[in-house]
Design a protein around this ligand. Structure first.
Ligand code: PMP
Length: 394
């Protein structure tokens, strides 16, 4: 029977990782996979997570199942981190999921159960996994314009025009902050305009937030998500702890369904539990427990917040250095957008040929659409990249 199955296309980012590994050059620079790296190229276990892990080893006395939605303390701590006091806690149904990807998948599943005909509006471009999950689930997908190739900022007029087509029963997928892959984000005013438009259309927003704290700050990065949750009757939020807690392989995520109606919230909670049960039963707990301990313990939390700030400011400094270096080399400000973008990624706006040239000539690895992971740089490699960008004629 399995002879009927066809080979799946390889994941482009994972292929790029492999090619990087196999490149014998010492000077190579990896701007590919979306993982935070420090100046030495390491992805360390965060200090507070390490401390929590040590403590957990001492106090954990059982590994029996939690609940279908995971540990309630995790949901409480994460709802607080994500939403602050934007909505009452009892307006939110929440379930732990295996990573942010699990939350995205469960969110789409919930949408499909509610409406088989739902169209999911996605930014063009978006995180490729959004597209491949929707395709796998045979759901309708409608791209909306998002990136202005000229300015490398948000094509807000195009976005609004395209989202205006959404209807009741449709979903509009938004990135909470640090848009992947472009690095271009909505301003507070633009979030408000999107909210007003969604109110008019009746479409439900689904927010994917995977980099809270990596853009402008923990609260700042959640601002759009909080505005949406406070003002619209139904909202889905898929959150990931992979990056901001550095717990990638622990698979730690949360799906939230906001409904300002007690009866609806109860049904939603039951649905989230049900979907977990059907797909994998109990969600992973280890990463979630560490995150909860960090968020609940004032000392660990302060240290975690300090480390997230170090990461954020480190990436921002690399952005500013790269933009300044390119300004010097080109005598123009056309690369200033690099310092405006937020989060780990920036779409450079290079052609696939230019991306290839940078790889072949300079050992610089970025995704084919010219997404760069800025955290793959350090002070010494920024000038190398800047020169390669200019030499490739970007
Ligand atoms: N959403 C976006 C936009 C992402 O970039 C990522 C990480 N690449 C995720 C969700 C989910 O990540 P994970 O499943 O590793 O938590």
């Amino acid at each position: 029977m399995f002879e009927l199955l066809k080979e799946q296309p390889a994941d482009k980012i994972l292929m790029l990782m492999q090619a990087f590994k196999e490149d014998p050059r010492d000077q190579k620079i990896d701007l590919g996979v979306g993982v935070y790296k420090d100046a030495q190229g390491r992805t360390p276990v965060m200090r507070a997570i390490k401390a929590a892990e040590k403590k957990l080893w001492e106090i954990e006395d059982t590994k029996t199942y939690t609940g279908l939605a995971g540990d309630i303390g995790y949901a409480d701590a994460m709802v607080d981190l994500l939403l602050g006091d934007a909505v009452p806690r009892d307006a939110v149904a929440a379930a732990a999921t295996p990573g942010g990807t699990g939350a995205v998948r469960q969110g789409f599943d919930l949408v499909r159960m509610a409406n088989r005909e739902a169209r999911v509006f996605v930014s063009d471009p978006t995180w490729p996994n959004h597209l491949s999950i929707l395709k796998h689930m045979e759901m309708h997908m409608v791209p909306y314009r998002y990136f202005n190739a000229e300015t490398r900022g948000v094509d807000f007029d195009g976005m609004m025009e395209d989202i205006a087509d959404a209807r009741i029963g449709d979903v509009v997928l938004l990135h909470g902050c640090c848009h992947n892959p472009t690095g271009a984000n909505l301003t507070t005013e633009q979030w408000q305009q999107v909210i007003d438009l969604l109110k008019k259309t009746g479409a439900v927003p689904m927010i994917d937030i995977a980099y809270q704290g990596f853009g402008d700050g923990l609260d700042e990065d959640a601002e759009g998500t909080r505005m949406v949750a406070a003002q619209l009757p139904e909202v889905l939020i898929a959150a990931s702890c992979s990056k901001n807690f550095g717990v990638y392989r622990e698979r730690t995520g949360l799906l939230l369904a906001v409904a300002h109606d007690e009866a609806r919230r109860k049904v939603n909670q039951g649905m989230l539990n049900y979907l977990n049960r059907q797909n994998y039963s109990f969600p992973p707990d280890h990463g979630a427990r560490l995150v909860t301990m960090v968020l609940q313990d004032p000392e660990l939390r302060a240290d975690w917040e300090a480390e997230v700030k170090e990461i954020r400011e480190g990436v921002l400094a690399l952005r500013q250095q790269l933009a300044a270096e390119l300004k010097r080399l080109t005598n123009s400000d056309r690369f200033d957008f690099l310092a405006e973008h937020r989060g780990m990624f920036s779409r450079l706006g290079a052609t696939p040929e230019q991306v290839e040239k940078m790889r072949v000539d300079s050992g610089i690895y970025m995704v084919g659409d010219s997404r760069m992971n800025m955290a793959g740089l350090n002070k010494d490699t920024v000038p190398v990249l800047a020169k390669a960008i200019v030499d490739a004629g970007v």
